[in-house]
Every structure is written in structure tokens, then in C-alpha cells.
Design a protein around this ligand. Structure first.
Ligand code: UDX
Length: 435
């Protein structure tokens, strides 16, 4: 099929490359010239495992191209809208500017029988409004939320755990199901469950899923607060409750909490939308989920101050991690970078190292000190903070690192180190939610 992908960020670039690898002819459009140029050279404009290889492969087939010129979408059968919906400055609500302008710019190139597939995460009700705007264009709208995780984006797009189509209650809506089935013929043939819903349900599926995940993380982090007050161990608690298959162990890792371009802003936009719909009470609990999450960052700063005798001012603190999670260079709403910035504000001499997120971190927080390696970062440090669980941090040798620091104190913000190994090597080891 001929496909266009509008918006080539973490979602769209991966979607475009994956659709081409499934055999479709794809053009990706982005307003950012540098992004379109990098992608046209087969280079990923951000760190995502497997994406550079996939781009190179797909570009070689001649089925994938990128441009800033919207007219290139003309002739495509399906147009995927993958632009961002960031949090509005100073408000909980989502900023719909990019979605609205994508639809406005797309409109002149739509032809009879086209399908426009919305993938951006939007406030429920948006699809209904956009479908009305498309009337008379000959195209039909389908809402097709995306559930990919950064770091596993290629895998999640090629082998999704489910497909959701929110469709119009019309003949055209029925046809849009057939068209998307053709787009996703390969994952469907592999047995991927596919659910056809109305617009409202499809839009809610996405925010409900992210709210559930955020709630699960904040639940275990609330338990971590209880563990800190009682001397219990949150990792053992998570293991024990996780054996109950109704609960499950995944997404019960206590620590510095969730960040990134999705969970924080999605739960806030969901609360804002519930308010507009007059059902804000239904989501009041998400306010608590957000608050628990942010308290973990404050608690980490408390521990850092306590370890250094009450103040971090003028003390050398090594920060390991800036990305919101490993295998990503994304620093949007990153708990790790947030803690590093706060330490800097309290006049700590921060040296930060992250394997992939350094350029993004430097652009956002140029005031911090940066190191080229773990060894550089910890050299002479009086306190080490592990804030993103990159594999190389998890596998650090406490003895070797101990030779470099000026004080064997480590705070494990992700509960990924083996405490006894660090204590045996003479370190003071502390973590969130355990002794
Ligand atoms: C999330 C959803 O998982 C995905 O389905 C959706 O499409 C987009 O949002 P992503 O933002 O890539 O994906 O990250 P995810 O793996 O969900 O992690 C989110 C945050 O939660 C990270 O900061 C991570 O460190 C944190 N987290 C995750 C925990 O603190 N504990 C856990 O047990 C799991």
C-alpha cells in the first residue's frame, strides 16, 4: 500500500520505517528540516535500538523516503498522523497545535477513499471533531492508538500486543477496517488481537492504558514510602505480591518513578479532559498518582543531603543517568535529570554521565558538569547517584569504582544493585524503599 506518515518523532519515524519493512511504500513528512534530512540519509535522529538498521534496510529497498514537503503525501491510500501532543505550558491539558495543523495541511491532498489514521495521543472527543472536519474530503478517519515503548519501539511496532481501530459508524468506517487490516496484514497473520471500537473507546484505550501503568508504578512507590517508615524491603514486597498472577510483577519496580514523553503528560491531560467532561472526580486518584511519583524525586534529594551531612552545597556528586529510562536518549520529564538539576540548584558540583542522553541533557541543563564515562563521573565524588538503570551502571564493580571516589556512598534510585556487594566493598548503600 501507499502510506504517508505525518510527524517523524519517536513514534512516526519508527512507524514509517516499520511500515516500509512490512512491504508498503512510505513517505514520512516532518516540519523539521534537520530531522527529515537525517532520516533521508538513513540516520535515526534519536537513539532507538534497531532503528538505524531498519532505516538503512528500508531506504535500500527504495520504498521509504522523508521530506518536509506535505504535497508528497498525495497519492497515498493511508495517512498516519503521528505528531506530538505535549503538555501545555502552565496547564495540565494537551497542546493540540501540531495535530490541528497536521490535519489542516493534509486536507488539500486527500482523495476519495483515503483513510486518515490518527495515532497521536489526544483528549477523548478529538477524533469526533477531526472526523467532522474531514467531511467532504472523501477521506474517512480511523483512530488507531499506538502503544510502543521507547527502547523497544521497533519490536512493539512490528509485533504489537494488540491493534485498536476506532472507526466511524458508517459504510466508510467499515471500509477503513479493511484498509487497516491490509496495512497490518503481517502482524494480524501472526495472531495479533485486533479490536474494532468506536472513536471514543479507541481514544480512551490509550490514556486508560497509560493511567493504569502509571498507577501501578505509583502504587509500588507508595508502598516504598511505607517500607521506608517500617524498615521493610519494597523489592521483596514487589516480588511477593507479583507472584499473584492477578497482580503480576511487571511495572512494580519501585524507585525514582516514571517520566518520559507519555505517562506524566498523558495522565495530566486525562485529568484536564475529565474536568471538561464534568467527571473530574473519576480521575482524582491520578492527582495522587502524580504526587506520589514526584515525591520520589524529593525523597532522593533528601537522601542525598542526609548522606552528605545535611547539605550538598559544594560537594562533588556523581549522577549516573539522565534519560527517563535506559535504552533511550529521551529526557522529557526525566526523573534522573530533574534530580540532577535540583542538586545543581542546591550548589552541588554535579558530574553527570549518561551513555546516550548527554547531548539532550546538555541542551536542557548546560549549567551542570558532564563526564565522558562512568569513571570520569565518579572520579573524586563524595556521593554517587544511580538514577537511570542502564546496563553498564547495573554491572558496575563496587571495588573498582570504590578506588576512584572520595567517599564510598551510593544511592540506588532504581533498586537495581545488589546491596550486599556494595556494602562488602565498603560502601554506604541506600535505596528508595529498602533499608
Ligand atoms: C509508555 C507506555 O509503556 C507505552 O505503552 C506508551 O505507548 C507510551 O508510554 P514509555 O514512555 O516508552 O512507554 O516508557 P515505559 O517503559 O512505560 O516507562 C515509563 C517510565 O516508568 C520510565 O521512566 C520508567 O523508568 C518508569 N518505570 C517503569 C518505573 O519506574 N517502574 C516500573 O516498574 C516500570
Amino acid at each position: 500500500m501507499k502510506i504517508s506518515v505525518i510527524g517523524c518523532g519517536y513514534l512516526g519515524a519508527v512507524h514509517a520505517a516499520c511500515m516500509a519493512s512490512l512491504g508498503h511504500e512510505v513517505v514520512g513528512v516532518d516540519v523539521d528540516e534537520r530531522k527529515a534530512a537525517a532520516l533521508s540519509r538513513g540516520e535515526a535522529p534519536f537513539f532507538e535500538p534497531g532503528l538505524p538498521e531498519l532505516l538503512t534496510e528500508a531506504m535500500a529497498t527504495g520504498r521509504l523516503s522523508f521530506t518536509t514537503d506535505m504535497s508528497a503525501v498525495e497519492g497515498a491510500d493511508v495517512h498516519f498522523v503521528c505528531v506530538g501532543t505535549p503538555q501545555k505550558a502552565g496547564e495540565y491539558a494537551a497542546d493540540m497545535t501540531y495535530v490541528d495543523s497536521a490535519f489542516t495541511e493534509l486536507r488539500p491532498y486527500l482523495r476519495e477513499g483515503n483513510v486518515v489514521a490518527g495515532k497521536s495521543t489526544v483528549p477523548v472527543g478529538t477524533a469526533e471533531r477531526l472526523a467532522a472536519e474531514l467531511e467532504g474530503s472523501g477521506a474517512v478517519l480511523v483512530w488507531n492508538p499506538e502503544f510502543l515503548r521507547e527502547g523497544f519501539a521497533v519490536e512493539d511496532t512490528l509485533h504489537p500486543d494488540r491493534l485498536v481501530y476506532g472507526v466511524a459508524a458508517s459504510e466508510a468506517g467499515q471500509r477503513s477496517v479493511e484498509v487497516l487490516d491490509e496495512v497490518y496484514a503481517t502482524p494480524i497473520s501472526e495472531g495479533t488481537p485486533r479490536l474494532v471500537t468506536d472513536y471514543a473507546t479507541a481514544q480512551l484505550v490509550k490514556v486508560a492504558a497509560n493511567s493504569f501503568l502509571a498507577t501501578k508504578i505509583s502504587f509500588i512507590n507508595a508502598m516504598a514510602e511505607l517500607c521506608e517508615a517500617t524498615g521493610a524491603d519494597v523489592t521483596q514486597l514487589a516480588d511477593a505480591i507479583g507472584h499473584d498472577v492477578r497482580i503480576g510483577r511487571r511495572f512494580l519496580n519501585a524507585g525514582l518513578g516514571f517520566g518520559g514523553g507519555c505517562l506524566p503528560k498523558d495522565i495530566r491531560a486525562f485529568m484536564a479532559r475529565a474536568g471538561e467532561l464534568g467527571v473530574d472526580q473519576a480521575l482524582t486518584f491520578l492527582r495522587e498518582v502524580d504526587a506520589i511519583n514526584l515525591r520520589r524525586r524529593a525523597r532522593m534529594l533528601d537522601l542525598a543531603r542526609a548522606e552528605l551531612g545535611g547539605s550538598v552545597a559544594n560537594r562533588k556528586v556523581a549522577v549516573l543517568g539522565a534519560a527517563f529510562k535506559p535504552n533511550s536518549d529521551d529526557i522529557r520529564d526525566s526523573p534522573a535529570l530533574d534530580v540532577a538539576i535540583q542538586l545543581g540548584k542546591e550548589s552541588a558540583r554535579v558530574t553527570l554521565f549518561d551513555p546516550e542522553a548527554m547531548p539532550n541533557a546538555k541542551a536542557k541543563a548546560p549549567e551542570l558538569g558532564y563526564a565522558d564515562s562512568i569513571e570520569d563521573a565518579v572520579d573524586g565524588a563524595e556521593l554517587v547517584l544511580l538514577l537511570t538503570e542502564w546496563k553498564q551502571f547495573v554491572e558496575m564493580d563496587p571495588k573498582a569504582i570504590g578506588e576512584l571516589v572520595d567517599g564510598r556512598r551510593i544511592l540506588d534510585g532504581r533498586n537495581v544493585l545488589v546491596p550486599s556487594e556494595w556494602r562488602d566493598a565498603g560502601w554506604t548503600y541506600r535505596a528508595l524503599g529498602r533499608q
